[in-house]
Design a protein around this ligand. Sequence first.
Ligand code: GPU
Length: 836
Amino acid sequence: KPPPKQIKIAPPVTTTGLTDVDVRSGMQVAALKQAVTDHLRYSIGHPPVATTLHDYYYALALAVRDRMQHRWLNTLQTNFDLKRKIVCYLSAEFLMGPHLGNNLLNLGIEQEARAALAELGQDLDIVLECEEEPGLGNGGLGRLAACYLDSLATLQRPAVGYGIRYEFGIFDQEIHDGWQAEITDKWLRYGNPWEIAKPEVAHYVNWGGHTEYYRDEAGNDRVRWMPYRVVKGTAYDTPTQGYGVNNCNTLRLWSAEAVESFDFQAFNTGDYYQAVEDKIISETVTKVLYPNDEPQIGKHLRLGQQYFFVSCSLQNMLHILSLSGVPVENFAERYAVQLNDTHPSIGVVELMRLLVDERRLDWDKAWAITVQTFGYTNHTLLPEALETWPLPMFQALLPRHLEIIYEINRRFLDEVRARFSGDEARVARMSLIGEEGEKCVRMAHLAAVGSHAINGVAALHSDLLKASVLKDFYEMWPERFSNKTNGVTPRRFLALANPGLRALLNEALGEQWPVNMEQLHQLEAKADDAAFRRKWRAIKEANKKRLADYILAHTDIELDPTWLFDIQVKRIHEYKRQHLNVLHIVTLYRRLKENPGLNISPRAFIFGGKAAPGYFMAKRIIKLINGVAETINADPDVNTRMKVAFVPNFNVQNAQLIYPAADLSEQISTAGKEASGTGNMKFMLNGALTIGTLDGANVEIREEVGAENFFLFGLTTEEVEHIKREGYHPTDCIASNSELRTVLELINSGYFSRGDAEVFRSVVNNLTYSDPFLVLADYAAYVACQERVSAAWQDKENWTRMSILNTARSGKFSSDRAIREYCDEIWNVQPATVKL
Ligand code: GPU
């Protein structure tokens, strides 16, 4: 990213005549204007000649943060006074996206801020673009955590998000000659106005070494962990403001530093380099986010990151509990700790260690507290994505934790044997230690054993969980299992991302819909109103124009906003089947070349998404999309009716431009593979129609919107499993479909790679001889379904009707609904009203 423009703007001098308006908390234009002016002068302190646009962003951000700070402190005090139970959401990722626009929205001061900046000669929209978004997540899982923080605050539930302050978040993606290039994400480069460092909030985390057994004063056998290294974790807090309420919760991220006292030994013996090296190793822990989402790659440092943030967080909870004068025995009455997938599941063991070794509780008591405290959300069924750690690696880093795991496992397997006597195969399947091949710790089993509640993230996913990955655990403890279908925040992804639609909804429904999405049902009546439909179309077209401008600026590809915008944005993964989408595009291309008079609905095919840097096939798929785009966009025979664009660096910021501009949402994963999906919901909220398989939350989206307003195609989960069992031969699909054969041959010939027939050989071969995600098996059904889409698009009025119905029936997918369910059914956490 280039440094912010050095626009020379003289800091203004104002005379507001403020009387009762506090510059640090006033919400009026005059107060905000004065606050920005003061921050420019006293917090940033550039002379007029050096003041930049970025300075205005930073000054406004600080002014907004002051307003939240006021609410934040009141929230903390209220929760403390009321002794409320607190949700602790443990997540290795929080993909927050840009803060400024969202905080203005949630505080209800967008217009005031816009006016204040205008009086200072600045445009809010341009200032908003200066923000470098914190990309501390890979995709769906990290963004879900961010949506849940928004809903927790809005629903007035006391909550803390605990995670890692990565110095480098998810890489920035550039496209060079069609290939993905990864650029380090230096998001902290120009400072971060949203966080407040809390150097006094620090905890110490041990690594490695060995354990010693001793007898305490009372004659009890105890264990002491003699670590090889100690790392210090310091808290950085980001306030998360609820919408339309005073509640402001905390996102607490831990940053690792070296422990100085540890250096002295080395310095005294003159081993300066050893000391410096220790410091570097310690600080490495929170350096960088691992860019692989599913599957996680089993690296030593990754386990270190997980243990580091989980240990800091649990120590922090215990510390606050004792400050409140609450006995440790009451831990589970005061904290509901949720594990966002298995990444923080070492917490089960760490809490046991803290309670048994450090607080000297007896085992049974500690275990009861632990199970009562934790809940576990599973986010994937992909076997290669289930986390396991090789035993030697685990033992080297966490020797005491391995001992505790053995003890948990011994007691647990006794229970299994008592329930299912003689079933040793079941015992082996359920063990926390995997013994086939290299021995390993199974983190999903640990999370399941250590949690009183286990949930999947969509109805289908939760059912499959009980029938496959966690079947044995379901048979053991059926009462622990439930479904919590994901949701997304309508504040960021509708009100903020789609101001045109926001205004129309306000006009039609009043202003409560962002916190009561069921009210959107009232739109159903409007779907039959031609004047309303015209307004609806005008908003969609303006959003498409806005996206087209962005795409032109970033790719040089010009799109026509009157065309059908067909969009697939998400991480690039074979199971998500971006290559199935490409096969349809090439099919259409060939049909147009063969039959120039063919009547098709003109379409823009838009893609976006990052590939894990080491994921060979995903990177080829990006190259394929770009190769097809280059050829098609340059071909005058077709480019008046179809174009293809790959939006580089898909992130939260450009997602807010993309979802509102979609006519068609591509949700085409192999049935049974996408746990839920959340992009599907963001599209629906914004009135896109879905083309999709019966996978993840698509099933529930179709249920809500009605089958007649959803383009369904493809094999079901059962059919997929059946075909796999019988032995799947993709070559049969090719043999029986000459059009598919021609399409694959065209890709293989080098036609989309300037004659180089090697580039896509691996993709074509993979589909031809392996095709693990049944792309070819679903090809014909997908192409046929796309023809139905094309025909439906011709009827503008009916398409608009369906679009309105999609928004009208999207209420279920608000994260508020999801968070209410978690609070009522898993966490038992009540709202607390915060007054100013
Ligand atoms: N998901 Br596990 C991720 O984004 N990263 C992960 O490491 C794992 C799951 C996603 C699922 O793929 C997606 O289906 C789901 O909607 C999302 O988590 C949130 O639950």
